[in-house]
Write a protein that binds this ligand. Structure first.
Ligand code: HT7
Ligand code: ZN
Length: 876
């Protein structure tokens, strides 16, 4: 397996100026003609051959400046094309013909045809599955694309840029020609052909240009594309107002397809989406779906500037576009919805996905230095930790400084393929800040642990806050250096108000943001008239773990009065997590579980607090999951003990607050007609969180069953079905709701994914048999990534008791699935495999069985490069 190293980067010997592609689309045989105008890079070795990438290609023609190339001047195999003795002046036009089979392309990478639709996925290295090319992000060229296809089956022929010509041809075929004036790397190339419905709208840009907006979906689904269109227009406006970024082509198109490896793809002017991130109406989509659609439509649109106009020099710089675009997406969601609620959701996501990645065998820096398979680096570290790093820059420089730096970045690098260093330099030059030390966040893997110690001197009215930092070792990086960490700190006085220090010393700070740069630092706050409760990492200003042995009294003060709602939620959540961990330890030791009244009181008070928005109260009521508890315990994890403990604790809390939860759960009935806005969604979230608790207190499925029957939207229906399936598994009420749902949505694959996931996450060892039998359900399709993720992915990653059955049967089932799936779709399979990355944290018996299953996979010598890379790193 080849390893690619950052240190080996060098520019290509030749520059590509223009690319003319002609696609003659056939279901099993598509021909691709490519005419490439090239010239030698100034200073390049004149004898250097031209070496193009390929992947599984069949070459059917090759000419240089119009003349067929003699065999002695080139070598070709499925994966590479080498041409020697190029013209002395270094300028030439190359014509390449390849033949591909889009129907046989089950990898969904390159050009593939499913459900009668031809579509492409070229990031990261899919273009080389279409034609031989310099398939790397630093080779930018202007593309003209001609598509020829049968007019009846493919009335729609789309590619990047603007439509320049359309023609009817003989034999019922037709052609369309697209020209994209913006130079782009091959990974942003896209083509779609088929028969689809469309909705259209318009957007006037800030300089007064008219842009046509189109969203293409399967026939019969156009009525569900309205929310995506609305999100797109809001995203376009927001990017103008917040970052001064204007759209640049005359048309912006989105196509929704049902077979897609990831969420969506930002191809220039022609975004391609997984249909689950476009289609929504109240009967089939939940509030979470609506929020996700809004965020991803915005994310892909924002890439037009952060990713497309300015792209990455090489794939090691992936976070340059992804981290920054996630940060922009998060800011958009915060402005469109509730800032603290959105932030809490980001924190929950980071802790649930990125922290474990950073603490496990697959840990890597935000900017890695080597990879075996780049597809495996589309990770939460590159995306979400990368976003946190940009957020920290904004915290250190302030919003104006951040905007200045970003403006310079857009101005200086427009049309370029650049590095993370180039990005940081813009902030340094625009603001005069030195980010040399800060840059370590990009290079050092692992989640820093911050220790906090405090001493208050009443006489001196002085608070001494000692902050330490330590980053645990990660694979390949044993020694860690201290990072430059911006920590937002609040001091809460006895009456619940924020206290202001008259002076702060001990290190740099920007208002309430302390800059931690050493292993240990003591910050001294003067003018503090009474002992404060200290709130550390407000707004989650840094992606770190905080270890603070704080008094219960102080924590309760923060839980009840902190004005920073992110820190307030964090404290409520931490109190609950601690109680749950203790309960799990008790269950494991065969001791009784007791729940302290203080915790129930905090939760009930938060749920009842009308000054807080419902979405926030819902977040507080959603107690840490079994997976959260397992992660907190960290070693020797027993999923069954955790399950029992959580159930017992929830029951006790539910009984204490029963009256409140019943009242909040029934509050739902008074809601008027469905609206997907954040405030309405928040009210539904609170009612549904309360429903789960009310049902636990009453210990009968009756209330959830009534809620299921009364539900007039997917959010409420799914929430009620989940309560029935998970809290009352096997009851008649649960089985009735599940079969009703299956029947009702028989023709709706995306809705049935929710049904598959609900069933796959029913706690307990018996779920394995159900999952295995669901693979035979007529709605299950192992070639469709959404179905696979909904059933197998949900089971492996979100059912700790079911997947970690003590007999290891689920590991074996999973390993068998992985081995079959790998041959079909390597990208998808490698991502599924990461569900087992934390197996070392399990108790010894399960750990050994899990290892055996992973070793069985690793023992096969015909694994894809994607899967080989993941299992080898997991077993290292
Ligand atoms: N930039 C896109 C990444 C992506 C992708 C990567 C590998 C294989 C398939 C893929 N589909 C989309 C999506 C994004 O982050 O915006
Ligand atoms: Zn992205």
């Amino acid at each position: 397996n080849r390893t690619v190293y950052l240190k080996d980067y060098r520019p290509t010997d030749f520059i590509i100026e223009t690319v003319d592609l002609v696609f003659d689309l056939g279901e099993t045989m598509t021909t691709v003609g490519s005419q490439i105008r090239m010239r030698r890079r100034p200073g390049a070795d004149p004898s250097a051959p031209l070496i193009f990438d390929g992947d599984g290609l069949a070459l059917s023609g090759l000419a240089l400046d119009g003349k067929p190339l003699l065999p002695e001047r080139y070598d070709s195999n499925a994966n590479r094309l080498t041409i020697r003795d190029l013209p002395e002046d270094g300028a030439f036009t190359l014509t390449i013909k390849t033949r591909i089979n889009p129907t046989a392309n089950s990898q969904l990478l390159g050009l593939y045809r499913t459900n009668g639709i031809y579509s492409t996925q070229c990031e990261a290295e899919g273009f080389r599955r279409i034609t031989y090319f310099y398939d790397r992000p630093d080779v930018l060229a202007v593309y003209t694309v001609t598509i020829i296809a049968d007019e009846k089956t493919c009335p729609l022929l789309l590619s990047n840029g603007n439509l320049v010509e359309e023609q009817r041809l003989d034999d019922g075929r037709h052609m369309a020609r697209w020209h994209d004036p913006f130079p782009k790397p091959s990974y942003l190339f896209a083509l779609v052909a088929g028969d689809l419905s469309m909705i259209e709208d318009r957007f006037k840009t800030m300089s007064g240009r008219d842009v046509t907006l189109r969203i293409y979906v399967e026939h019969g689904k156009a009525g569900r594309a309205g929310y995506a269109m609305d999100s797109l227009k809001r995203a376009m406006k927001w990017d103008e107002e917040r970052f001064g970024r204007e759209y640049d082509l005359d048309i912006f198109m989105i196509v929704a397809v049902s077979d897609f490896n990831m969420g969506a793809m930002e191809n220039k002017g022609l975004n391609i989406f997984n249909d689950r991130l476009i289609l929504a109406d109240p009967e089939t989509a939940t509030d979470d779906d609506y929020a996700r659609i809004e965020a991803v439509v915005a994310h892909e649109y924002f890439h037009n500037w952060t990713g497309n106009r300015i792209t990455c020099r090489d794939w090691f710089q992936l976070s340059l576009k992804e981290g920054l675009t996630v940060y922009r997406e998060h800011e958009f969601s915060a402005d469109e919805r509730s800032r603290p609620v959105v932030r809490v959701e980001e924190v929950k996501f980071l802790r649930a996905h990125q922290f474990p990645e950073d603490g496990g065998p697959l840990a890597h820096p935000v900017r890695p230095t080597e990879y075996v398979e780049i597809d495996n680096f589309y990770t939460t570290t590159v995306y979400e930790k990368g976003s946190e790093v940009s957020r920290m820059i904004a915290t250190l420089l302030g919003p104006e400084g951040f905007r200045k730096g970003l403006d310079l970045f857009f101005e200086r690098h427009d049309g370029g393929a650049v590095t993370i260093e180039d990005y940081l330099t813009c902030f340094e030059e625009a603001t005069g800040h030195d980010l040399t030390h800060f840059a370590l966040w990009y290079h050092q893997a692992g989640t820093p642990v911050i220790s906090v110690d405090s001493a208050y001197d009443e006489e001196k009215a002085e608070l001494r806050l000692t902050l330490g930092q330590k980053t645990p070792a990660t694979p390949g990086q044993r020694i860690k250096k201290p990072l430059h960490i911006p920590l937002r700190v609040g001091l809460i006085g006895p009456n619940g108000d924020d206290m202001e220090a008259s002076a702060i010393s001990g290190g740099a700070h920007r208002k309430d943001v302390l800059e931690l740069t050493q292993d240990e630092q003591t910050f001294v706050f003067e003018g503090i008239g009474a002992r404060p409760a200290i709130s550390v990492n407000r707004d989650f200003s840094a992606p770190v773990r905080v270890r603070f042995d704080q008094s219960r009294e102080d924590r309760l003060r923060i839980a009840g009065a902190e004005t920073d709602l992110v820190a307030r939620w964090d404290t409520v959540n931490a109190l609950a997590l601690e109680a749950l961990v203790r309960a799990a330890e008790n269950v494991k030791a065969g001791q009784p579980v007791t729940v302290d009244a203080g915790l129930s009181a905090v939760l009930v008070a938060t749920a009842e607090d009308e000054t807080l928005e419902p979405a926030f109260r819902a977040l507080a009521l959603a107690l840490p999951s079994e997976l959260d508890i397992g992660r907190e315990i960290g070693a020797n994890v027993d999923p069954d003990a955790i399950h029992t403990a959580r159930k017992t604790v929830i029951r006790a809390i539910a009984e204490t607050g029963c009256e409140t939860f019943v009242r909040l759960a029934t509050g739902m009935d008074t809601l008027s007609a469905f609206s997907p806005d954040a405030a309405s969604a928040g009210r539904r979230a609170l009612a549904n969180a309360a429903l789960a608790l009310a049902a636990a207190a009453e210990n009968t499925p009756a209330r959830a069953s009534r809620a299921y029957q009364a539900a007039d939207n997917m959010t409420d229906m799914l929430a009620a079905m989940r309560v029935l399936a998970h809290q009352f598994a096997g009851s008649d009420e649960a089985e009735d709701a599940l079969s009703d749902f299956r029947r009702r949505f028989a023709g709706e694959p995306l809705v049935l994914d929710k049904w598959f996931s609900t069933l796959a996450t029913v706690p307990g060892g018996q779920t394995l048999e159900r999952v295995a039998s669901l693979m035979g359900d007529t709605a299950f399709d192992e070639t469709n990534p959404n179905r696979v993720r909904a059933l197998i992915g949900a089971f492996a990653s979100s059912n700790p008791t079911g997947f970690n059955r003590p007999d290891g049967a689920a590991y074996d089932f999973f390993a068998d699935f992985i081995l079959t799936s790998d041959r079909r779709n390597a990208t998808l399979t490698a991502r599924l495999m990461t569900a087992m990355r934390s197996f070392e944290a399990l108790e010894p018996q399960r750990r050994a069985l899990a290892r055996k299953a992973i070793e069985r996979i690793a023992g096969h010598d015909d694994l894809s490069r994607n899967l080989r890379d993941i299992v080898d790193r997991m077993l290292k």
